[in-house]
Write a protein that binds this ligand. Structure first.
Ligand code: ADP
Length: 633
């Protein structure tokens, strides 16, 4: 018999399990039962779509057996089973990598990575010194047994098994000073664990239990007869099986929903919201949805798959039906159960399925309503939610050419410079003083820096509020919205902010005309670095600032720089000069007296300053430093 090595990743994980980093070792049972239930699902599904498969639904079950003397617990199912190759591939390898890295980075023991990564089977080694898996796959005559005593490796041999399915025998470790493993050999202990974690498993989880009962009273018993008791063994179903979403809302406690959510979606935190719906009508269905209170660690990665579990009459047809959720609500988790869906539908047909479309539309509405309510009634909670998932909503506004912007715009919140808190667009507009034409916003990576920008001060000095947008998606999102309640959005980093009176405008125009030869020389110095040089009255103590013309703003340029395929998306920069600043005087004088060298030198300095204020890199830092030093001397 050849001892095979585990794949490297699997071996590491196995080591972790054996040396048992988890305090709640009892979850091994949840993991194995859920594997069994999946295996039965697979067989049942096969039988519903393939007429040659004949099974009797009433016989499907998971059987637990405890043998105290042998110190074994057996989990036995009549599911689809595994072929020799499947035993090898499924139990010798971990499907998903990255789990170990995650555990290393996150020392927090409360994080339930076992479930999160689907490495469930190995958790058996937390409590077992030896694991033996005998399995016969559906449609096969031969059975095989996979055995392992831990990290050294495993063996696979032919075995005998009359029926299709899998028997997993765990030899429970001996007790140690710190750990009482024998509790897993006690009936009541096992019953408790099953109730706690696996109550909604759709198939009966059965175990023979020792019970006691009163013996029948003998017919000839006299008044001195004392009741006698006897023990007997009886097969009992341990789980209630009724899915939570099928029970009336009033019959289910918040705790039960939370527990269900935690167990099903492997989250250690309670959800922010539970949404239960029941719909009778064109399509009847029940759904149980959850808005998580934080983003799963892989949420913003490609690994994350959106979708709701889809059941028809209690049988799962798809674990993650993506079509049930729009991308912008991809954070929602949950279950949809509809008796109206036919079982043997393929993924492709499902996409076109009318009923499914109706359900997904209703669900979307429901989620939106629930979020709107949270926004109004539980603002703090909503802000937490938005921190985790607001980005998805903003993407939702931006993507599909803004198709969904109206649906989502009222769910957005941004940081208000004036009110120093997150506000909605509606709150912004309704507190606008008379005469304010635009919704002003500043975009960049730090709210602190944005608030201090010359143009930001110009806006707030006018008594206008300013939204400080610090996520890279923000500006794209607002640009897609274009306006809200007929007020256009105005990026304070672009051109005319509409703050000047007609008089001021006239003055600037005149001053610009007077300075024409100066501006020509400056433009010539900066060449194509800027598209224009203008005078501005919005800059208070600053001599210069940069703004942009055209569709790409300076912030967008920064964001786009990091995206493939957007090379050459550069903002058209405008150097704005403060008409009331001494430096403008100095420049004018130098130009008039023919000191063009000075004008050129100052122009470059000012341009570089403006770049720095915008948080941009300057082209030649050394030259800039030299020039500043010269001025100091
Ligand atoms: P996961 O269940 O998350 O895929 P596991 O390590 O728990 O990860 O199991 C690996 C694979 O082994 C399963 O995906 C399944 O294909 C197979 N498997 C485990 N237990 C059983 C079982 N009782 N019957 C049939 N197949 C099983």
């Amino acid at each position: 018999m050849r001892l095979k090595q585990f794949k490297a990743e699997s071996k590491k994980l196995l080591d972790l399990m054996i040396n048992s980093i988890y305090t709640n070792k009892e979850i091994f049972l949840r993991e194995l039962i859920s594997n069994s239930s999946d295996a039965i699902d697979k067989l049942r599904f096969k039988s519903l779509t393939d007429e040659s498969v004949k099974i009797s639904a009433s016989e499907l079950r998971i059987l637990l057996t405890i043998d105290k003397d042998a110190r074994t617990i057996t989990i036995s199912d009549n599911g689809i089973g595994m072929t020799k190759e499947e035993l090898e591939n499924n139990l010798g390898t971990i499907a998903k990598s990255g789990s170990l890295d995650f555990k290393k980075e996150n020392k927090d023991e409360s994080i339930d990575i076992i479930g999160q990564f689907g490495v469930g089977f190995y958790s058996a080694f937390m409590i077992a010194s030896k694991v033996s898996v005998t399995s016969r796959a559906f449609g096969e005559d031969k059975a095989y047994v996979w055995q392992s005593e831990g990290a050294l490796g495993y063996t696979i041999e032919e075995a005998s098994k009359d029926t299709v399915g899998t028997d997993i025998v765990l030899t429970v470790k001996e007790d140690t000073e710190n750990e009482n493993y024998s509790r897993f050999l006690e009936e009541y202990g096992i019953v408790e664990i099953v109730k706690k974690y696996s109550d909604y498993v759709r198939y009966p989880i059965m175990m023979e239990r020792t019970k006691s009962r009163m013996k029948d009273r003998p017919e000839d018993a006299d008044e001195n007869y004392k009741n006698e008791y006897e023990t007997y063994r009886e097969l009992e179903t341990l789980n209630s099986m009724i899915p939570l979403w099928k029970r009336k809302k009033s019959d289910v406690s918040d705790d039960e929903y939370t527990q269900f959510y935690k167990d099903t979606f492997y989250d250690y935190e309670a959800p922010a919201k539970v949404i239960k719906t029941e719909s009778e009508g064109l399509v009847s269905y029940t759904s149980l949805l959850f808005i998580p209170s934080h983003a799963p660690f892989d949420f913003y990665s490609k690994e994350y798959k959106k979708g709701l579990a889809l059941y028809t009459s209690g049988v799962m047809i798809m674990e993650k039906c993506a079509d049930l959720l729009p991308d912008y609500f991809s954070f929602v988790r949950g279950v949809v159960d509809s008796a109206d869906l036919s079982l043997n539908i393929s993924r492709e047909i499902l996409q076109k399925d009318h009923q499914l479309k109706t359900i997904s539309k209703n669900i979307e509405k429901k989620i939106k309503n629930e979020l709107s309510l949270m926004l109004v009634n539980e603002r703090e909670k909503y802000e937490e939610f938005f921190k985790a998932f607001g980005r998805m909503l903003k993407f939702g506004v931006y993507s599909d050419y803004g198709m969904n912007r109206e649906k989502l715009q009222d769910l957005l919140i941004f940081y208000s410079a004036k009110q120093e808190k997150m506000i909605t667009l509606d709150e912004y507009v309704s507190s606008m003083p008379e005469g304010q034409k635009y919704i002003y916003f500043a975009a960049g990576d730090s709210a602190e820096r944005l608030a201090k920008l010359p143009s930001a001060e110009a806006v707030t000095d006018h008594g206008y509020d300013l939204l400080l947008c610090t996520e890279d998606i923000d500006e794209f999102c607002l640009q897609m919205l274009r306006n809200y309640k007929e007020k256009d959005f105005k990026n304070i980093g672009t051109g005319d902010l509409g703050l000047e009176t007609d008089e001021e405008k006239e003055e600037l125009k005149n001053a610009s005309e007077e300075a024409k030869s100066l501006f020509d020389l400056m433009k010539n110095t900066l060449k194509d670095k800027v598209c224009d040089i203008r005078l501005s009255s919005k800059l208070k103590e600053h001599p210069v600032s940069l703004s942009s013309d055209g569709p790409v703003s300076i912030e967008m340029e920064k964001v786009l720089k990091n995206m493939p395929g957007s090379e050459g998306m550069i903002s058209a920069k405008v150097l704005e000069l403060n008409a009331n600043h001494k430096i403008f005087e100095t420049l004018k004088n130098a130009n008039e007296s023919g000191d063009f060298e000075k004008v050129e030198k100052y122009t470059k300095l000012l341009y570089n300053q403006a770049l720095l204020i915008e948080g941009l890199k300057i082209d030649d830092p050394i030259e800039y430093a030299k020039a500043v030093c010269e001025l100091m001397n």
